[in-house]
Write a protein that binds this ligand. Sequence first.
Ligand SMILES: CC(=O)SCCNC(=O)CCNC(=O)[C@H](O)C(C)(C)COP(=O)(O)OP(=O)(O)OC[C@H]1O[C@@H](n2cnc3c(N)ncnc32)[C@H](O)[C@@H]1OP(=O)(O)O
Ligand SMILES: O=C([O-])CC(=O)C(=O)O
Length: 369
Amino acid sequence: MAKGLEGIVATETSISSIIDDQLTYVGYTIDDLAENSSFEEVVYLLWNLKLPKKAELDEFKANLAAEMELPEAVIDHLRSYDLSTVHPMAALRSAVSILGLYDEEADVMDEAANKRKAVRLQAQIATIVTAFARIRKGKEPVKPKKDLSFAANFLYMLNGEEPKDIEEEAINKALILHADHELNASTFTARVCVATLSDIYSGVTAAIGALKGPLHGGANERVMAMLTEIGEEDNAIPYIKKKMDNKEKIMGMGHRVYENGDPRAKFLREMSKELTKITGQSKWYNMSIKIEEFVKEEKGLPANVDFYSASVYHSLGIDHDLFTPIFATSRISGWLAHILEQYDNNRLIRPRAEYVGPKTQKYVPIEER
Ligand SMILES: CC(=O)SCCNC(=O)CCNC(=O)[C@H](O)C(C)(C)COP(=O)(O)OP(=O)(O)OC[C@H]1O[C@@H](n2cnc3c(N)ncnc32)[C@H](O)[C@@H]1OP(=O)(O)O
Ligand SMILES: O=C([O-])CC(=O)C(=O)O
């Protein structure tokens, strides 16, 4: 049996691939897309399996921008959470589920309706994350601006002011790099859920739950917690050594599929270098480099996408517990692509388990046990 389904091919997909440590979306390398594309263009690519022409992209962007506002009832719901304790990923998971209650098409299963719901969900997730971030600080949610890019709108709705170009570019690139990743745990979760012919909202809600865990998307927040605890560059190696001696995992290191390193990490490493320098906080980058080199040397484990995204988002002044919700804001594009692909050629996903429990037991009445 392959524990954790390691190496098992569980589906066919035309959306993304990891071959020889190279990540591609529909055959375009992540490098090409990260250097040249916009997040909206990448979402279009993932959902339509082709790059858009200019008019198609303009229309798609306009559709996304038009769907960003949330039903007032969902905002009221966000206000009703215990704002001092609820984690933004738990809030997001609940709010996406609630959103389904206000979508009249939630259970309409034809392809056109599913595509309309995909646009709504992609647009509204950014609004949920940013509205919750503001509400818990006692601020009013900021309505999106139709003329801003998805990345700029995210920062605008979060901070209440339009971002600088460099900030918009950083978020745009991070969103592209996180958009899809073959059959990762949250995408598999989404596919398993909708393969029962359950609705899109259920699939995305389930996927958010899977992404939240520290072995998956939840690692980026923990990387920053670790860097904060380390505090200064000189403490980095003794801290990591101690953790490794205690057989604790180093967050942001290692990967199930990549053997020689995650091709997304180099972009985030570069962004971390640039942004931490601008903010006068190069120590986060320097510390990260030391940790990466040490863990690679000692354990042969390279950094994954979550490692440098932590210092990138920190440099943009983003609260640490919003790091994983940002991941979700990007990865929902991949989940939705996979959900649409699953519906398109569906079969119930139902593997088997090897039973290793006791055999042939005889029922003993409760008073005799
Ligand atoms: C977007 C993403 O989801 S990327 C991944 C984000 N997650 C993290 O960064 C969490 C830290 N990393 C990990 O836990 C793992 O590397 C995973 C979950 C990403 C992949 O794990 P798997 O392929 O299942 O490897 P598994 O957890 O079985 O580990 C194999 C061995 O490597 C070690 N190992 C793996 N990752 C790490 C790590 N980050 N730190 C220290 N040791 C590690 C394990 O302790 C284990 O050692 P052992 O054989 O001596 O017991
Ligand atoms: O593919 C994985 O197992 C995890 C990952 O890197 C991602 O989801 O981006």
